[in-house]
Design a protein around this ligand. Sequence first.
Ligand code: TMP
Length: 236
Amino acid sequence: MSEVLYEGKSKIVCKSDRDDAYIINYKDTATAGNGAKKEDLEGKGKLNAEISNIIFKYLEENGVKTHLIEVIDDITVLVKKAEIILVEVIVRNIAAGSFSKKYGVPEGTALKNVIVEYSFKSDEYGDPLINDQQITAIGLATQNELDNMAAQALKVNELLSALFLKAGIKLIDFKLEFGRAGGEILLCDEISPDSCRFWDAKTNEKLDKDRFRRDLGDVLAGYRDVLSRLKTNEER
Ligand code: TMP
């Protein structure tokens, strides 16, 4: 492996032989509760890499600028160097997870409008919810950058909700990360069952990391299902 620059909970960022690019390796490690629960799930890295690569290519084809340059192997991608903005953008279509808990809205409740919310990306402080004024006040991002990220997140939501619906999957919510590169804001990180909630459209079976967070049984069976349905979509 090339020189490691940063090791995160589920990915490793390495130097590449290009000045403008990094290599990212997907790991098999699954974590929840800010690392309180941690396990190696053999094959998770490969599944997430493949799912995320299909999604990023689809988004690029539909006008979303992403960091993905090329797929190197099963668990490795070459990406544009970007300065990660420490704001996680969360989009919700249906109530679930922390939203349901915090506001007493039962999981599965349809929302009257799409929600965009922000978290401060910080393991030390446990990714707390943060609002526009707090973000600009402490200099995590400018209002222009936030407006850009929110608009891109809504576009991603429209594109992915349609893509997954074709695959018989409801996109409940998801988290995006963005980075600054050459005066642009690029979609970075990954989009996978680790960072989204995917429910079977007919049965509401959970096909995402909630299987791990909540001990619902074979975690990767859900991930494999998401991947195979995306591939069936591609073949249509
Ligand atoms: P939440 O309901 O726990 O706030 O999560 C909302 C969505 O964002 C869910 O699809 C999981 C994803 N998410 C991450 O991928 N990483 C995170 O650190 C957080 C807080 C959420």
